[in-house]
Design a binder for this molecule. Sequence first.
Ligand code: E4P
Length: 217
Amino acid sequence: MKFFIDTANLDQIKDAQELGVLDGVTTNPSLMAKEGITGRNNILKHYVDICNIVDGDVSAEVIATDLQGMIREGEVLADLHEQIVVKVPMIRDGVKALKYFADKGIRTNCTLVFSPGQALLAAKAGATYVSPFIGRLDDISTDGLNLISEIRHIYDNYGYETEILAASIRHTMHIIDCAKVGADVMTGPLSAIEGLLKHPLTDIGLEKFLADYNKGN
Ligand code: E4P
């Protein structure tokens, strides 16, 4: 399973990179705004800064919602850095844009996916990644994890190569549950990744090992 961090915060991205298990970064306009990154040039520069910290894929989202606008923006984003993956919303013109980018060899992440049908369309259009938002489904009393299972089942039926990027991960159990049902990638906060580290028996066991070692020294 690939681990992506879902933030535009450079310090957190550095921390995650230093942990040694980071495979990429996802961002969105809200995450950029949260870091105070506004204005086209600043946003483009920030994407390059992120690419210079991590080794893996960095999703950069288009703002346009019409085909020509998405194509224009996507091509600029893709030219910024070889690690950039163009993030395209799951709307009618977005599907056309996914197909256009796939034909041109530009990698894409289809975002704002909330149903198996949307995920099927994204795969048919040649998306590199599909991003089902499981936390936002959970927020409205719908089983987000079940969506991951349904997409896995559909993609396996037909051998689609689009990678399932479980997004809107909110906590550590989301990561474990997504791993169990076969998500290819997860993206979430660093705190959710760090939660995987923790077990009280590890801490107790280590304390005892060190105490016993020190008895003899
Ligand atoms: C994914 O690419 C999105 O940026 C993200 O996971 C959305 O998460 P949220 O629902 O916590 O805002």
